[in-house]
Design a protein around this ligand. Sequence first.
Ligand SMILES: *[C@@H]1O[C@H](CO)[C@@H](O)[C@H](O)[C@H]1NC(C)=O
Ligand SMILES: *[C@@H]1O[C@H](CO)[C@@H](O)[C@H](O)[C@H]1NC(C)=O
Length: 526
Amino acid sequence: MASTAYSRPTKPPGPAAGDRRGPRLAKELGKIEPKKLGIGLVAGCCLALLTYLSFARLFAIYSPVFDSSSLVLKNAPPATEALPLQQKTEVEDQKDFLEPEAEPNIIPELPETTTTTNEKDDTAMNSGRGGAYREAKITCDENGVDEGFPYARPPVCELAGDIRISPMEKIMYFVNPSGDGPFDANGEKKIRPFARKDDFLLPGVVQVTIKSVSSGAAAPQCKRRHDVPVVVFSVAGYTDNFFHDNTDVLIPLFLTTAHLNGEVQFLITNFKPWWVHKFTPLLKKLSNYDVVNFDKEEEVHCFRAGHLGMYRDRDLIISPNPTRNPRNYSMVDYNRFLRRALALPRDAPAVLGEETGSKPKMLIIERKGTRKLLNLREVSALCEELGFAVTVAEAGVDVRGFAEQVNAADVLLAVHGAGLTNQIFLPTGAVLVQIVPWGKMDWMATNFYGQPARDMRLRYVEYYVSEEETTLKDKYPRDHYVFKDPIHIHAQGWPAIAEIIMKQDVMVNMTRFKPFLLQALDELQQ
Ligand SMILES: *[C@@H]1O[C@H](CO)[C@@H](O)[C@H](O)[C@H]1NC(C)=O
Ligand SMILES: *[C@@H]1O[C@H](CO)[C@@H](O)[C@H](O)[C@H]1NC(C)=O
């Protein structure tokens, strides 16, 4: 059993027990709590599925991108409104999301100087700095298998030495006199630097070749030299689904570069201007230099260290790891990073009873396509009645604007879907309420949103709808396997899940749901 399950963060300074306004519900909740599967059962369920499905297909099935399947592989920008670029001035200390014990960088033998230069000659590079040029070094992490999770991690290579990137040729020349390294017979290593190993997507990701050459003479001349390391990565794929923006780009980028304190240059392939624009405040927090569009760049850029690809762990779950996450960043660190980058004010939720008359704020994220909460108004009215100040909103393209709205909330409530990813902006200790639709969705509910909430030290409440509360009851008879044996839907693969599970709407039974709202209120007073 995960030790973090249902654990609570350290008690915030708050009122004494006697000040609590809401009812204590422990006993009552004991009776009506939703089914909580132990990790063993979840794993068992997962294994059972794996007997039917390949890893790749299972990934395809369990990708939350299906929240917006019309957006899959879409490269066109969403309807955008202008998003103000973040200024360089930071409200808080730039370094405060870093582990104090972190060394300046992990890249071997990175020079002390960290100013970017754009020298037009590369004499220094070619002359090997008096023959004392750094030893070439390359390590690739290609052990992508994640035991216990149904999809693999992407390959990523870390290089140090004389690196010359020729975007026009999509080649990273690597001056490597020994020829040692994970190269093929041609001295090449090809990688699609996208942080999700997904067979369906990868053909669309620009392939970059690391080419091992015996001397600088065999590589193009440097046009632009950088004294900071480089990260070459792709923003292809499911980006523009907020879950994937985070899991496939932003968190991997955070894991790979947060310790560099902005002293890193990004070269982005499958460049989507609107995407880069949308996430500029976060990119600027991670890198002090303007991003380079790898797809259009004509000049040869030279570096002494860098990565092709990014480290990634599980979606919104990151764990200590000697190569992927040597600084043991946690999701709490990621939250802190986001708050600094977006200037979000709240690190902790309001403590009830501290200020008289202050109501806990609840944000309900509305879904308008699939998995609608049909009685949203009724739910919202009950929440108001219970003492919440309720806001209903839909996430849009203004990341900072919506992040502010989420950060202002003490409780975030939504039906299962990518909108729940917005929990990353909640203050630590706030409450997440996930309404899980019908159809044996335990694995997805837990791994995409429930465990991440616990890892972010949020209080987590989950509500599993019954067969009475789903519109599936209007489509299928009660003796259908949809109700009798819903795991059978999963075993049939994505088309069945998409058609049946993902398209239902829910209408929660207020009698049944109310105790969960009271639990949310109660959690805030702990
Ligand atoms: C990261 O965690 C591992 C154990 O999980 C520990 O051995 C290691 O020292 C930690 N590293 C840092 C930098 O805290
Ligand atoms: C709502 O839930 C309560 C408690 O479980 C139950 O008694 C009641 O029959 C349900 N109402 C409907 C309309 O299903």
